[in-house]
Design a protein around this ligand. Structure first.
Ligand SMILES: [Ca+2]
Length: 267
């Protein structure tokens, strides 16, 4: 009887280990600052003095780009023929160009840093979030997979997919992205969760629960105004987060993120 009890306890402990999803990481808020609450934020990117943000919605899609000298904005419905039919999604700056995905338009736009529209690339499929590594773009599409897109040639080419995995949880609805060192940080749509994905294997290493930040928003109960927008400020190692139509942006210190950067050979 005792042996059976011990076997049961051992099994219970082992089983419970497998029911635990990726570890919750701690964070502290360094600063809260204002965010334009008219923006239905789909993409956020910071690099040195550059801040890039894309905003979605039919008739309201736009991108804003600022650096130490100026701020400029491209409003699709005003600045482009048939622009009111564009639904902008994630955006990033790669190799001197700004790339902006669209939700179901099957187009990826390419802009100069003066927000001059350079190209409208055909990109079949539905697209959500966007970031980049040293070689090209990395995009989400609402599933559990990330697409790696080569933009060296005249047409974008999907060169591989990375499946995002966890020990005992199926992640999906992966949205806004930011590659930081050897991690890809990702919002999970309609949640207050950001997951940290190992760039090489796709395994989820840890997660952040930012419910306490979302609850500071006056329109927190609107299901649409969700956490979305992840950028990383390399100057001081802070994570910047915001949400769709949020009034706030937050600068966060995430020790686990800085630990992984310290261990990362390629920042
Ligand atoms: Ca981002």
């Amino acid at each position: 009887m005792l042996t059976r009890l011990i076997q049961f306890l051992i099994f219970s402990v082992s089983a419970s280990q497998f029911t635990v999803a990726a570890e919750l990481a701690q964070y502290t808020v360094v600063e809260r600052f204002s965010h334009d609450s008219s923006r239905y934020t789909q993409g956020l990117y910071w690099h040195e003095d550059i801040v890039l943000e894309s905003s979605g919605g039919y008739g309201t899609s736009s991108i804003t780009f600022s650096n130490s000298q100026e701020q400029s904005q491209f409003v699709f419905s005003d600045d482009m023929k048939r622009g009111r039919y564009v639904f902008a999604e994630g955006a990033t700056l790669f190799d001197e160009n700004i790339y902006v995905l669209t939700w179901k338009n099957q187009i990826m736009f390419q802009f100069s840093q003066t927000l001059k529209l350079e190209k409208a690339h055909r990109l079949l499929g539905e697209w959500w979030g966007l970031t980049h590594d040293d070689d090209g773009l990395i995009a989400s599409n609402g599933s559990d997979q990330l697409a790696f897109i080569n933009v060296d040639g005249s047409k974008p080419e999907i060169v591989k997919y990375l499946r995002v995995t966890d020990t005992n949880k199926q992640w999906a609805q992966i949205n806004e992205l930011e590659k930081v060192g050897d991690l890809i940080l990702a919002n999970i749509w309609q949640t207050n969760t950001i997951i940290a994905i190992d760039y090489a294997s796709g395994k989820v290493l840890w997660q952040l629960d930012l419910s306490a930040l979302a609850q500071q928003e006056p329109n927190y109960n609107n299901y649409d105004n969700v956490l979305n927008g992840i950028a990383f400020d390399h100057k001081n190692g802070h994570l910047i987060v915001t949400g769709k139509r949020w009034q706030n942006q937050f600068r966060l210190n995430v020790p686990k993120l800085n630990q992984s950067l310290d261990a990362s050979p390629n920042l």
